[in-house]
Design a protein around this ligand. Structure first.
Ligand code: ADP
Ligand code: MG
Length: 261
C-alpha cells in the first residue's frame, strides 16, 4: 500500500484537485484506491457527491475511536464512490473541533497511521487531502505517508506559502525524528504569463530535484469535471490537465518504488 499526503498551508493551490485527479487515474487503471478527506471544508467529500453533514459516519468517527481502532470499525466509516475501485473516508465539519477536543491527548498524532495499518490488504493506494492548517489532522496525515505531495500555485505569493509549509515539515520532522520525502508540484500554470515561468524557475532554483519536472496547466475542464462530480480523467480523458496529471503519476509511481524499498 502506497500512502501519499497532499498538503500545503495555502488554500486554493490545487490540493483537492490533485488528490481527485491522481485517485481517478489510479482507480481507472484497476488500483484499489482510498481517498481520505481530512479537511473540515469537505471539498473532496462534496466532489464525490456526498453531503458531509448528512452522512452517518466520517473520518471524525475514526479519530474518536482513539485506541479502539479495528478494521471493522474503520470500514464502517468508508463509503464507496460512484467510481469503480475508489472509496472515500469522508470529512465532516466536526473535524475542525478535533484539536480542541483531543489535541493534547497522547498518541493522537498516530491515529491515521494505525487506521491505515488495518487496511493494508484492502487498498493499493491511499491519498489524503489535508486542510491548510497546522494541527492534529496535518500531523496525522504527515505521520502515516510515504511521501508528501505539495501543490504550489505558480505565482509569487505562493512561494511564501511554500516556505511556511517547508518550515512546518522541518518542525514535525524534528519532533518525530522522521524524515519526509516530498515532491513539489507546480500547479495552475499559465503559459501566457511571465510570473508563472519565473515562479517555476525560482522553485527549481530553491528546491532542485524535489520539484516535479513538469507543471499542471490551468485547464477549465477541472472545474467542469468537479461540477459533474467526476474525476477529471473520467470527464475529459484527453484534456491537457489530465495528460499532465498522467505524467505526474508516472513520476510518482517511480518514486514510490524507492519509497517502499
Ligand atoms: P485547494 O484544495 O488547495 O484549496 P482546489 O483543488 O480546491 O485547491 O482548487 C481551487 C480551485 O481552483 C477549484 O475551483 C479548482 O477547480 C480550481 N483548479 C485547481 N486546479 C486547477 C487547474 N489546474 N486549472 C484550473 N482550475 C483549477
Ligand atoms: Mg481543498
Amino acid at each position: 500500500m502506497v500512502v501519499w499526503t497532499v498538503a500545503n498551508q495555502k488554500g486554493g493551490v490545487g490540493k483537492t484537485t490533485t488528490t481527485v485527479a491522481l485517485a481517478g487515474l489510479l482507480a481507472e487503471r484497476g488500483q484499489r484506491v482510498l481517498c481520505i478527506d481530512t479537511d473540515p471544508h469537505a471539498s473532496l467529500t462534496y466532489y464525490f457527491g456526498f453531503d458531509s453533514e448528512e452522512l452517518p459516519t466520517s473520518a471524525f468517527d475514526v479519530f474518536l475511536l482513539g485506541k479502539e481502532i479495528s478494521r471493522d470499525k474503520v470500514k464502517q466509516s468508508i463509503v464507496p464512490s460512484e467510481v469503480k475501485n475508489l472509496d472515500v473516508l469522508p470529512s465532516t465539519m466536526a473535524l475542525a473541533t478535533l484539536d480542541r477536543k483531543l489535541g493534547s491527548q497522547g498518541g493522537m498524532g498516530l491515529i491515521l497511521k494505525r487506521t491505515l495499518a488495518t487496511l493494508e490488504q484492502d487498498y493499493d493506494y491511499v491519498l489524503i487531502d489535508v486542510p491548510p492548517v497546522l494541527g492534529v489532522l496535518m500531523v496525522n496525515a504527515l505521520a502515516c505517508c510515504h511521501r508528501v505531495l505539495i501543490p504550489v500555485q505558480t505565482e509569487f505569493l505562493a512561494l511564501k506559502g511554500l516556505e511556511r509549509m517547508m518550515r512546518t515539515l522541518k518542525l514535525i520532522q524534528k519532533s518525530r525524528g522522521q524524515d519526509y520525502r516530498y515532491t513539489i508540484i507546480p500547479t495552475l500554470y499559465d503559459k501566457r504569463t511571465r510570473a508563472s515561468l519565473d515562479t517555476y524557475k525560482k522553485l527549481v532554483e530553491r528546491y532542485g530535484r524535489s520539484v516535479w519536472n513538469g507543471m499542471i496547466p490551468i485547464d477549465t475542464k477541472f472545474r467542469d469535471a468537479s461540477n459533474q462530480q467526476l474525476p477529471p480523467s473520467l470527464y475529459a480523458p484527453k484534456a491537457r490537465g489530465v495528460l499532465a496529471y498522467q505524467s505526474l503519476l508516472t513520476h510518482l509511481q517511480q518514486l514510490a518504488e524507492q519509497d517502499l524499498s
